[in-house]
Design a binder for this molecule. Structure first.
Ligand code: ZN
Ligand code: ZN
Ligand code: ZN
Length: 258
């Protein structure tokens, strides 16, 4: 099975540029310094599996419209990964069916609180609300998503347990602070690893660049890409010079194939 991953957004929660910031990254003319909020999409020959619905989802999917969305995998419920959820509606209209959405178990309470309107009976909606088929993930089992095997990878985002996802040789982890012991074997043999590097300074919740590079060395993929990037990381062209040969900064619109 050939699988590719398209980065829809590679920025941290405020995106880059940050509204009103005049730093050299936020005012850079380089398109690789322009980052929408984090979302990605796995493509196989005929399946398209979205990861997260960033607040910029509409703009991201207009850039390269997928023929359909077969499912959505949520990593966690923070707004920078969820608040574009209503922009799934055009795919409901086109596909004339519910879209399966997979949530980590601990995200269900937040989902009900924030997106409870999507769980109301369909007759009350008049097409104004996305029509989803919600599945709660058992992280101990691989998932069958539209006939594709997806391995959920437990990740710690600070203290919050969230999920990353692996399809075949590609693993996509976002908002990574640490990896619990049970997840290391799930990344064995991974060829392409996506992980996060928010900035140079240490912060709680996400890896900084030094931690991300050490993490990549420990996992040992052939290639790795850094995402969920903040303006504090510096210009893309300067940061690239600090990276080993097998590590690159992701950018919006980048497609990687295994
Ligand atoms: Zn800035
Ligand atoms: Zn988060
Ligand atoms: Zn985030």
């Amino acid at each position: 099975m050939t699988v590719s991953l398209e980065f829809l957004g590679t920025g941290t929660s405020s995106g880059v540029p940050i509204i009103g910031c005049t730093c050299e990254v936020c005012t850079s003319p380089d398109p690789q310094d322009n980052r929408l909020r984090s979302s990605a999409i796995f493509h196989t020959r005929d399946k398209h599996i979205l990861i997260d619905t960033s607040p910029d989802l509409r703009q991201q999917l207009l850039r390269n419209v997928p023929p359909r969305i077969d499912a959505v995998l949520y990593t966690h419920m923070h707004s920078d990964h969820t608040a574009g959820l209503d922009d799934l509606r055009p795919f409901n209209f086109r596909q004339e069916e519910r879209i399966p959405a997979y949530l980590p178990e601990n995200a269900m309470g937040d989902f009900q609180q924030r997106f409870g309107y999507t769980l109301e009976p369909i007759r009350h909606r008049h097409g104004t609300v996305p029509n989803l088929d919600i599945h709660v993930i058992d992280p101990a089992q691989p998932l069958n998503v539209a006939g594709i095997e997806v391995i959920p990878i437990p990740v710690l985002h600070g203290r919050l347990p969230i999920l990353g996802y692996r399809i075949g040789p590609i693993a996509y982890l976002t908002d990574v602070y640490a990896l619990p012991d049970e997840s290391w074997p799930l990344l064995k043999g991974v060829e392409i690893l996506v992980t996060t590097a928010l900035k140079h300074d240490e912060i709680f919740g996400h890896m900084n660049l030094t931690q991300a590079l050490a993490f990549i060395r420990q996992i040992g993929p052939s290639r790795a890409y850094l995402s969920h990037i903040g303006h504090e990381l510096g210009l893309a062209r300067d940061t690239e010079k600090l990276l080993p040969d097998n590590v690159q900064l992701a950018y919006d619109g980048l497609v990687i194939e295994a």
